[in-house]
Design a protein around this ligand. Structure first.
Ligand code: FAD
Ligand code: SF4
Length: 388
């Protein structure tokens, strides 16, 4: 009989769980590994399970109330500091050992980052505007329906009540090999993004291609939005399209001492139509397997012009589809949009769904985005169960 192989401890084979007997408070207790020289530092609960999803109290939380205080703190602490808004992405990543900040700057007390301004030429969103607020604000929905829809399709109700627009735009990239516990990642020896020197997704393994997975980013790009960034050097403005670079390790063109303060979205003209669609495993909670934002002008004669089509969850930054057709809006034109997108979008294996199936879904996503843009969006989320 072939003996069953036992799982090997990932990085420190001689390191064994603490034999300390359990106590009634074992859940809250941990002890550091003392079995290797030098000690590996991995921590175990008193029951002997590796400590995986608890946050070590090794950082200080600072709660500024003004933007000046935020900038001073960023200047003072440099790369040792990290910002937190709703915490719905930051905290899971912290628990997974992806970040090791010395200082966490909590933005929630900065009132200057709140509120939506309806200006004649634009809508201005503070970085702390909640996704739930964007989803339910009727005025935002009336002017920017695709943005409102994207916000409504992020995660589930709990995350939308805590999550903010600024946090969504600055969301870390995602990959099946990185959004795991330290213990899981250690079994593969880490990867380029954290604790390793190879990428497990690409053939060459030389570049991190973790996917941009924020739902509001492609929409804001399609709407020509800009962000305001503040740092000790002053204020600068950047089109959302230029906020992202093609590097999965950190895909933001944002200095470590910069904070995103506001998002400016130009008020669309009367002929502008916009739509957003998202494919995910279940009808709620899940990150996108693909998402797609569309905007175009449509005149009284149903002629389409000035189209913009952006796909995301395919690379480290959202991808703009080029050479889109213009002309009379009919089924053939929509099919041509689908074909152009199909030719450009090549999903990678870093998202947990079959890549060929995801690519097949691209034209369907495009036609659903058109339906949304023409006010015929299906209320049923596009998920594994109804995507055929
Ligand atoms: C179960 C689950 C499902 C999810 N599904 C989705 C999904 O489908 N789509 C999606 O887009 N997201 C999803 N998320 C991620 C997250 O909920 C949202 O992206 C949310 O909008 C993040 O906002 P936040 O305020 O919580 O950000 P935080 O977690 O506080 O921060 C996220 C990142 O942004 C940085 N940051 C925050 N604010 C600023 C600022 N003003 N300036 C500079 N940097 C800043 C932080 O340092 C951090 O690196 C999901 C999360 C969970 C837990
Ligand atoms: S794409 Fe490669 S380097 Fe980047 S997180 Fe995934 S496995 Fe790591």
């Amino acid at each position: 009989m072939v003996p069953k192989r036992r799982a090997k401890a990932p990085s420190t084979p001689s390191c064994r769980p603490s034999p300390t007997p359990s106590s009634t408070r074992w859940v809250f207790a941990w002890t550091a590994c003392r079995f290797t020289r030098p000690a590996c530092g991995r921590r175990y609960t008193r029951r002997g399970w590796p400590e995986m999803l608890r946050i070590a109290p090794t950082f200080e939380v600072l709660r500024p109330e003004t933007l000046d205080e935020v900038v001073n703190l960023l200047d003072q602490h440099g790369e040792a500091a990290r910002l937190i808004a709703g915490g719905t992405d930051f905290v899971p990543n912290l628990k997974h050992g992806l970040y090791a900040p010395e200082v966490v700057i909590d933005l929630k007390g900065v009132s200057a980052l709140r509120g939506i301004e309806h200006r004649p030429e634009s809508l201005v969103f503070g970085a702390l505007v909640g996704l739930h607020e964007m989803e339910t604000d009727t005025r935002v929905h009336a002017v920017l329906p695709s943005l409102s829809r994207a916000a409504s399709l992020v995660a589930g109700p709990q995350q939308r009540r805590m999550g903010t627009l600024g946090g969504n735009l600055c969301l870390d990239t995602r990959c099946v090999y990185i959004n795991q516990t330290e213990f899981w990642r250690g079994a593969l020896g880490g990867c380029l993004k954290k604790d390793g020197d190879v990428c497990h997704v690409t053939v060459t393994g030389k570049k991190c291609v973790a996917a941009a997975s924020n739902d509001t980013a492609p929409v804001l790009i399609s709407l020509g939005a800009t962000v305001e960034l503040l740092s000790p050097r002053g204020v600068r403005h950047l089109p959302v399209d230029e906020l992202y670079i093609n590097d999965g390790i950190r895909n933001l063109a944002l200095g470590h001492d910069e904070v995103l303060t506001r998002v400016f979205v130009p008020r669309p003209g009367p002929q502008r139509r916009m739509g957003f669609e998202k494919l995910r495993t279940r009808g709620a909670i899940d990150f996108p397997l693909l998402n797609c934002a569309l905007a175009f002008d449509l005149d009284e004669a149903e002629n389409l012009s000035e189209p913009v089509l952006i796909f995301s969850a395919v690379a480290a930054r959202p991808r703009s589809i080029s050479q889109l057709p213009v002309g009379r809006l009919d089924a053939a034109l929509i099919a041509e949009f689908g074909q152009r997108a199909f030719a450009s979008v090549r999903p990678l294996t870093n998202i947990n769904a079959d890549v060929d199936w995801r690519r097949e879904m691209v034209p369907h996503l495009v036609s659903r985005a058109f339906e949304a843009a023409l006010g015929r969006a299906s209320a049923t989320p596009f998920s594994l169960s109804n995507a055929r």
